[in-house]
Design a protein around this ligand. Structure first.
Ligand code: SF4
Length: 316
């Protein structure tokens, strides 16, 4: 947001780009359009992003965040869009040395070089530490009005925010879940199992994930939102375990090796362990494929979730 204000101060029209995937992206775009008085174009990079996530040339940050490759990809796309729209340059809110992995001098150079037309990329908040960009050389941008901010202290940014009357910052990276240690474990578990199916990576934001061994996992829903989100991603060939008498929880089972059978009894007992005591009818669990009931199980209604914990191996 600060970078937008700095550029607008030079009477330059700004168009925002919101790169969105299953892991990040602004959701309240209109709010920021109003606050910044700009139009924001949302670009869905869910599909191409999976390759970046699985094979980042420059590795991961502290968790499953491939920030250098991610930035480079976004810049590459932004430069493409710039050329298509006839815009003059691309800028970001990156600050030199603000993040040890992705915003040191080397990383910023990699992002610029890998992202395509390096000369068109401007970082208005740290520009004075960096090479003169094409818009600065051609006089579109006045370098003297750009900044020399570096480091992790946010002091200068806070002063600028006060100057521009900005109180409500979006989270960095659009609240990227790849910086979250527990989500990252889910990503790396799938990667270790050799999973390359995009849908499996879309499932990681839903429910509890329990690995029964190296290649079988169940996703257990916790509430209606989980159930709805799971419903959108399920296919008719998927195996689901559910209670006919109560709305939830549900478990979807996935095998990442051919010919693996699901341990129905274990899955049913795990699922039963997640039903609150007050809710417990005689436990009947249907194993379904699509709408078809494949088998029905009866479970002891006195089962405790702690009892089910010994039946499987947590791998998250
Ligand atoms: S925090 Fe997430 S969205 Fe931001 S650069 Fe890193 S991986 Fe990309």
């Amino acid at each position: 947001m600060l970078a937008v204000k700095v550029i607008q101060e030079q009477n330059i029209e700004v168009i925002g780009l919101n790169f969105k995937s299953q892991f990040f992206g602004l959701t309240d775009v209109e709010k920021y359009e109003r606050q910044l008085n700009i139009k924001i174009k949302t670009i869905d990079i869910t599909k191409p992003y999976l390759q970046i996530l699985l094979h980042p040339k420059h590795g991961y940050g502290k968790n499953a965040n491939p920030c250098i490759d991610c930035h480079a990809y976004m810049i590459e796309r932004a430069v493409e869009i710039m050329h298509k729209m006839g815009a003059k340059f691309v800028f970001t809110g990156e600050v030199l040395n603000e993040r040890p992995f992705s915003q040191n001098f080397k990383s910023l150079s990699i992002v610029g070089a890998q992202g395509g037309d390096e000369g068109y990329l401007v970082r208005p908040l740290s520009a004075k530490f960096l090479k003169k960009s094409i818009p600065e050389q051609t006089g579109i941008l006045d370098r003297d009005k750009l900044y020399a901010i570096s480091g992790r202290s946010r002091k200068k940014q806070i002063e600028l925010a006060e100057k521009y009357n900005i109180r409500d910052f979006p989270q960095p990276g659009g609240g990227c879940v790849l910086t979250d240690p527990s989500f990252s474990k889910r990503v790396f578990s799938l990667k270790r199992a050799g999973v390359t199916d995009l849908r499996q990576y879309m499932l990681i934001k839903i429910g509890r994930h329990i690995w029964l061994d190296d290649s079988v996992k169940i996703v257990v829903t916790r509430h209606k939102e989980d159930d709805d989100a799971l419903g959108v991603l399920l296919r008719s060939s998927d195996t689901v375990y559910e209670f006919p008498e109560i709305p939830g929880p549900r478990a979807a089972a996935f095998s990442y090796k051919r010919g693996r059978h699901f341990p129905d009894d274990v899955i049913s007992r795990i699922l039963a362990g997640y039903v609150g005591k007050k809710q417990r009818p005689p436990f009947v669990i249907n194993k379904k494929r699509g709408r078809k009931i494949v088998r029905t199980y009866s479970i002891d209604k006195n089962i405790e979730s702690s009892e089910t914990a010994g039946l499987y191996k947590w791998k998250e």
